[in-house]
Every structure is written in C-alpha cells, then in structure tokens.
Design a protein around this ligand. Structure first.
Ligand SMILES: Nc1ncnc2c1ncn2[C@@H]1O[C@H](COP(=O)(O)OP(=O)(O)O)[C@@H](O)[C@H]1O
Ligand SMILES: [Mg+2]
Length: 358
C-alpha cells in the first residue's frame, strides 16, 4: 500500500477548479493499492491536513470549516518522505508520503514552483518536472519549443508591465506598428501565467485592446499578444514518460467568440467531438507533432496538448497544459476513457509513472 498525498487549492486563480479535480481524485483512487492523504492549500497559501468530505472539498470553501483540519508542512529534508502535522496539544505527528498528486493548475501549481519543492524533498510527484512545467506554463516560452520542432504557432508580440505602466495607451500604438500591422485584428491578449482562459481577451479593435491589456496585466507582468487562428481546436491527451501514448483526440468548436472561462466552466456551450473525425493522415500528423513537443519540453507523466487545425489542414500549436483538468468529465480523462482506460486506472497509471520516474 502506497501513501499518496493529494494536494489541492493554492494561490492560483484556478483554486476552485483544483478543489473539484482533487476531490474526484480522492473519490476515484484505487484504495486497494493506495492510501490517500489530503492537504488543502488556502487562497492565502496556508497548508492544512484535512479529512473533510470530498463534497466539502468540491465546494472549495466548506472544507475550510472541517474540525479535522490541522496545520501541516512537507518535511523538506531530502528523502524524509513525510508530512509534518501540528497537533492541537502542541506536538507534531508524521504521515508517510510515497508520492504526491498535486492537482493544482495555474501559477503556484503548474508553473514548476511546487514541483521544485517536491524535488527538494525527494518525493516523486505526478506530472511534469520543474523545467517542463515552467516552460509549458509560459505561453511565450512554450512557442520557442514549437519553433524548435518546426511546428507552426501563432505570430506573437510580448509586452511587459513596466512598459504598460510607463507608456499607458502609447503601448497600443506599439502594437499597431508591430503585431497589428502584420496580422490585423482581432488579437488575442493573454497573461503568460494563467490557464482556464483566466484574463484572456479577444480584442477586435484598439479600444478593446486597451481594455484587454488592463485585464491581462492585472494577472502578471508579462503578456503575450497573438494572431487570431481560424480553425477548429484539437485537444490531445498524452500519457507516459519516455514512451508516451495518446488517447482519443477531441475536436472542439467554441460556438461563441472563443473558448473563454464562461464557455469552459459555466455555460459549457462548446461542442466537443470525441473521438475527432479526422482523416488518418491528419490524425497521424497531429499525434506525431504532439509527441515531438512533449519530448522537446521533456514532459513526464501527462499533459493535454492543444492545437488548432485550419481549414486548409495546417496544424497550429496552441499550448501544453501540464496539469490538465482532471474531473472524470474533464477532457483529459474522457480522452482516455474513450480508449478503454477508466478514471481509476488512469490515476493508478499516473502514480506508477511518477514513482517509476524517480
Ligand atoms: N491565437 C489564437 N487564435 C484563436 N483562438 C485562440 C488563440 N489563442 C487562444 N484562443 C482561444 O482562447 C482559448 C483559451 O486560450 P489558451 O491559450 O488555450 O489559454 P488557456 O491556457 O487559458 O486555456 C482557446 O481555447 C481558444 O478558444
Ligand atoms: Mg487552453
């Protein structure tokens, strides 16, 4: 029996989604093989050991009231493999940790920082390592990897908060002379450090561009502007370390202006075709590029890699999600369910891959 630390929450705009995915992992994990221990990180960054119900964890708030909660920290001594729990009587207790599944997306979870902590402690963890997490998270940096394997990606322009503060609307003029002169409007405006479409806008003119910049810079210091790619979205689930396998492919049509936060998590208004209906050559080309970029970034465990497919059959890279949505109904688990791998089997495989990797 292996002791698995399931970590959720954290100081990310995707906190609530993390709680939902982690709760379903606690429900889906094979309890004949694994003994899960739950730790929630609050929005303020405090760590609590908890025995709250999965329903309370899913709510993202109710678990905070659980009387079972105890302050805790990971023992960072290399190889100690334990969680230190602070008991009410001012003593500490220890919980063995064989492997971590920190299902936290966005900054402080998907960007390599938390992965670094697990490396320091010498504890195996599910998913990509420090470098691949950090480079996948930063949309601008991940495009450099696409370039390195000859995979087309949107034309971009990078902007920094310092210039936004100093130049104000003058920055819009810079964009008019640079990216807008090359590709015209609409232009996508994205913080480089978020996921789940948080802080992303599609600007159709200069006025919307200015508003989009104000939103994007409220999330971080680096913003990437992108050419609008017209095509369907293809989402590819990939699983493995050195010899990764691919699940079914998903073809997504947003139906609205784009696949924004509301479309993804509130209205659920996009149309998904799983498996995608593609000709075998196109499908093979997509799988080939997906494996190439996974390897170029040195990804481990899993990722959901998204592309656009244009009407004339060109593949354009969108992003690597190194910590994909992981509720049983999220795209990634559904892609593997479609090839006969249940949610529980998927969790087992990810934990085994993590322990094999270390
Ligand atoms: N360059 C682009 N051209 C067309 N649509 C885009 C482009 N970039 C993003 N989108 C749309 O916005 C959505 C969110 O952008 P994405 O880069 O995937 O960010 P996130 O990491 O938040 O998921 C995509 O699913 C797609 O619908
Ligand atoms: Mg995306």
């Amino acid at each position: 029996m292996k002791d698995i630390l399931v970590v959720f929450g954290s100081m990310t705009p995707e906190h609530d989604l993390s709680c939902k995915s982690a709760a379903t992992i606690l429900e889906g994990i094979d309890r004949e093989k694994f003994n899960p221990i739950a730790v929630g990180i609050t929005k303020e960054g405090k760590w609590f050991y908890t025995e709250a119900s999965t329903e309370d964890i899913k709510s993202a708030t109710a678990w905070l009231e659980s009387p079972t909660n105890k302050k805790c920290m990971l023992d960072t001594d290399f190889g100690s493999h334990r969680l230190i729990v602070f008991e009410d009587d001012n003593t500490v207790s220890f919980k063995n940790v064989d492997c971590v599944f920190a299902r936290i997306a966005g900054n402080m979870g998907e960007d390599g920082k938390l992965q670094g902590l697990f490396e320091v402690a010498g504890i195996p963890y599910v998913g990509c390592g420090v470098m691949s997490s950090a480079c996948s998270m930063d949309k601008d940096i991940s495009y450099m990897f696409a370039d390195s394997i000859g995979l087309r990606r949107p034309q971009t322009q990078v902007l920094w908060k310092k210039d936004f503060d100093e130049k104000g609307k003058g920055l819009v003029e810079d964009v008019k002379e640079d990216l807008a002169a090359k590709v015209g409007f609409p232009i996508f405006v994205k913080p480089t450090s978020t996921g789940s479409s948080v802080g992303i806008s599609k600007a159709h003119d200069e006025e919307e561009l200015w508003k989009a910049l104000e939103v994007a810079f409220s999330y971080g210091d680096k913003v990437v502007l992108e050419e609008n790619i017209v095509g369907t979205e293809i989402k590819v689930g990939i699983l493995g370390n050195d010899d990764p396998k691919i699940g079914a492919l998903c073809e997504l049509t947003a139906n609205g202006d784009f696949n924004d936060f509301d479309t993804k998590y509130i209205a659920h208004s996009s149309t998904k075709k799983i498996p995608a209906e593609l000709d075998p050559e196109t499908e093979a080309m997509i799988k080939d590029y997906t494996i190439k970029i996974y390897k170029a970034l040195d990804c481990k465990g899993f990722s959901r890699i998204d592309h656009f497919l244009t009407e004339d059959g060109q593949l354009v890279f969108n992003e690597v999600n190194s910590m994909p949505g992981f509720q049983p109904t999220s795209v990634y688990p559904v892609l593997f369910d479609a090839i006969g791998m249940s949610y529980t089997e998927l969790i087992t495989e990810l934990l085994e891959l993590a322990m094999e990797n270390k």
